[in-house]
Structure formats: structure tokens, C-alpha cells
Design a protein around this ligand. Structure first.
Ligand SMILES: [Fe+2]
Ligand SMILES: [Fe+2]
Length: 207
């Protein structure tokens, strides 16, 4: 966690507890775990976007901070969607029925938790989001260390290449070099998650 303080510690404790529970089903830092956790993480941004739209609609965005947060959440959502698609579609991370069942049900629950928390206490919602991203960084660092070299050295996947070519993608914005192997892609994703930690920490003080 980048943010310090009791509220940040509380948010991290909640997310770490939930993550430990999910680790019973997805202990290895592989495509199954990544695909499932990405659905859950992406849904948190979708919920934040919906709630920010609502707050804007009822006229609470006096300073423009809610609109700014909404647009940032939108960019994060599309970046997370790419992560999800790489691990689920390109790498088959959701091929087991049990993974799809648990990931999708938890994601629906997460949607409502994040939507309501954003409406009631946006700072707490952002801190919970920051904690999710801090856990994501750990997953991808583990993936780079624990997955077989043959798997990591496979060529870059189609969805990663399509994202690289997409206008306004986060990788080009950071001036990254084009990924050639899956290892390159995972390193880029780990840096995306670090960006999300920093962005959510800033969002916590936005409004
Ligand atoms: Fe992600
Ligand atoms: Fe993320």
C-alpha cells in the first residue's frame, strides 16, 4: 500500500483476508488465478464508474473531481479488461467451470460492494481498490518467478499485441518497448498494477 494510516490499513486487511480465501481455490500464480482475479478487479472499476456517473447526474460534481475520477476509472477498466482477456481468452485461464462460477459470482458481489462504498465513502472505496492492486502486483511478481520458463518464453499473445496497437494504451503512454514474449507482457502488466496502486491512492483524496 502506498497510502498510510488506519483507514488504509483497514482496507488492506479486508482485501488481504478476501484474497487469502480465494487463494484456497487459486493458490498458484498462474493463468487461472490471474484470469479470475482480473474479472474481480475490473468489476471494481466498472462499479466506480457507475457510482461516479450517478453522483455526477444528481449534481454533486461541483469541482469536476468526480468527472476526473470517472475518466481515470474508465481508462483503468479498459486496461484491466485487457489483462483479463489475455489470461482468460489467450491463455485459457477460465477453462474450468468452477473458476468461471466462483470468479463471476464474486465479481457480482464486488460490483455492488464497490458501487455502494463509492456512493457512501469514496475514500474507502479507493483504498480498497489500492489494496486490490497491491495484491495484483504480488501475484504478477510471483508469476514471473514461479511459472515455468517455457511458458514465460512463449510468443506475445494476440490480445496483448492488439492492446499494444490500440490508440492511447497505457504501455505506449509509459514509453514501454513492444512486448515479444509472454514474460514481457507480464512485466508490463505488473507495471500497470503499480500504476493502479498510485492512481487509486490519489483517487482516495480526490473527493
Ligand atoms: Fe490487472
Ligand atoms: Fe490493476
Amino acid at each position: 500500500m502506498q497510502t498510510r494510516g488506519h483507514k488504509a490499513d483497514f482496507a488492506h486487511f479486508l482485501i488481504e483476508s478476501g484474497e487469502q480465501l480465494l487463494s484456497l481455490l487459486w493458490p498458484a500464480a498462474d493463468a487461472r488465478r490471474a484470469a479470475s482475479l482480473e474479472i474481480i478487479a475490473r468489476t471494481a472499476y466498472t462499479a466506480e464508474e457507475s457510482a461516479c456517473h450517478y453522483l455526477e447526474t444528481i449534481g454533486l460534481d461541483q469541482s469536476g473531481a468526480i468527472r476526473k475520477t470517472l475518466e481515470l476509472a474508465r481508462r483503468q477498466d479498459s486496461n484491466e479488461q485487457t489483462h483479463e482477456d489475455i489470461f482468460s481468452r489467450d491463455l485459457g485461464g477460465l477453462s474450468l467451470w468452477i473458476d468461471r462460477f466462483v470468479a463471476r459470482h464474486v465479481a457480482v458481489l464486488v460490483y455492488w460492494i464497490f458501487a455502494l462504498t463509492t456512493l457512501l465513502d469514496h475514500e474507502l472505496a479507493s483504498l480498497l481498490g489500492e489494496a486490490v492492486e497491491a495484491e495484483a502486483v504480488k501475484t504478477y511478481r510471483r508469476m514471473l518467478l514461479e511459472q515455468p520458463e517455457g511458458w514465460l518464453q512463449q510468443p506475445v499473445t494476440p490480445i496483448a499485441t492488439a492492446y499494444w496497437r490500440k490508440e492511447g494504451n497505457m504501455w505506449a503512454a509509459r514509453d514501454e518497448r513492444e512486448p515479444e514474449t509472454l514474460r514481457d507482457v507480464i512485466e508490463l502488466i505488473a507495471r500497470d498494477e503499480l500504476d493502479h496502486v498510485a492512481a487509486n491512492s490519489q483517487k482516495a483524496i480526490a473527493f
